[in-house]
Design a protein around this ligand. Structure first.
Ligand SMILES: Nc1nc2c(c(=O)[nH]1)N[C@H]1C(S)=C(S)[C@@H](COP(=O)(O)O)O[C@H]1N2
Ligand SMILES: [Mo]
Length: 237
């Protein structure tokens, strides 16, 4: 299995022989847990798990995560995952509901967003959040996923629900999703300048100020330690 007992040497991103990776990215053959704060424990999820939609809407909405595939048809995508710190994992199979369909078929009719909504803040149960412009959120490969590689999404990789946006760096792919808040004016980032408003992998938008290529090495050097700490703290909690 891709996640069974990961060794430190597995956590050094290597040039890929097979896949053509985006600029500055290298491959990991394992999929570790990762975070800007690797010591943050796994959050606990309420039972049943819910997803709330609020912010610039006429009506707020809360649905259970189990309900989602009844509201919007489920889909499966295969995508590579790219962390801003330069590691990529190839061919992950995510299953869930497309965000675009959730937007048009659930949020629009039920919540009636303000006409000038520009994007959403996606929030995780651990307090981590990402700011996503609406045009990025509505890409056809963006999912609210509850399954990974034909199994229920594990707590390590973001149960009960994960925002999956393959064209954006990992930090926009929020785990343990519990809330979506619509905004009209872009809020301040909880990551500060580290969060690029778009974080598109293809354009190497790693940071809002510093040029992406300049951060490859400083970020890459921290990968093995960060990933092994995140793995250990997640598997203990
Ligand atoms: N809720 C939450 N989501 C998060 C993070 C986090 O710390 N908390 N870290 C982000 C970062 S930086 C990365 S690279 C990926 C890592 O996902 P993984 O732990 O499944 O490898 O999750 C992203 N989403
Ligand atoms: Mo990341």
């Amino acid at each position: 299995m891709r996640t069974a007992s990961i060794r430190l040497t597995d956590l050094w991103p290597r040039r890929s022989s097979a896949a053509a990776l985006p600029p500055g990215q290298r491959e990991l053959r394992v999929f570790p847990r990762f975070s800007d704060n690797p010591l943050r424990p796994l959050p606990s999820s309420p039972e049943p798990a819910t997803l709330s939609v609020g912010g610039a809407v006429r009506r707020e909405l809360t649905v259970t995560v189990d309900q989602l595939p009844d509201l919007v048809p489920r889909t499966t995508i295969t995508a590579d995952f790219h962390c801003v710190t330069t590691w990529s994992v190839c061919d992950l199979r995510w299953s869930g509901v497309p965000f675009e369909a959730f937007w048009h078929e659930v949020i629009m009719p039920r919540c009636e967003p303000e006409p000038d909504v520009d994007g959403v803040v996606v929030r995780g149960l651990d307090g981590v959040q990402a700011i996503i412009r609406l045009d990025d959120a509505l890409q056809p490969d963006v999912l609210l996923a509850d399954r990974l590689d034909d199994a229920a999404l594990s707590p390590v990789h973001g149960a009960p629900l994960r925002f999956v946006s393959p064209q954006q760096y990992g930090y926009k792919n929020i785990k343990h999703v519990c809330g979506i808040e619509l905004y009209r004016t872009t809020p301040a980032s909880t990551y500060g300048a580290k969060e690029h408003p778009r974080a598109r992998v293809a354009f190497e938008e790693r940071h809002s100020i510093i040029r992406g290529a300049a951060l490859r090495w400083p970020y890459r050097l921290a990968v093995p330690l960060t990933a092994s700490l995140a793995e250990r703290s997640a598997r203990r909690s």
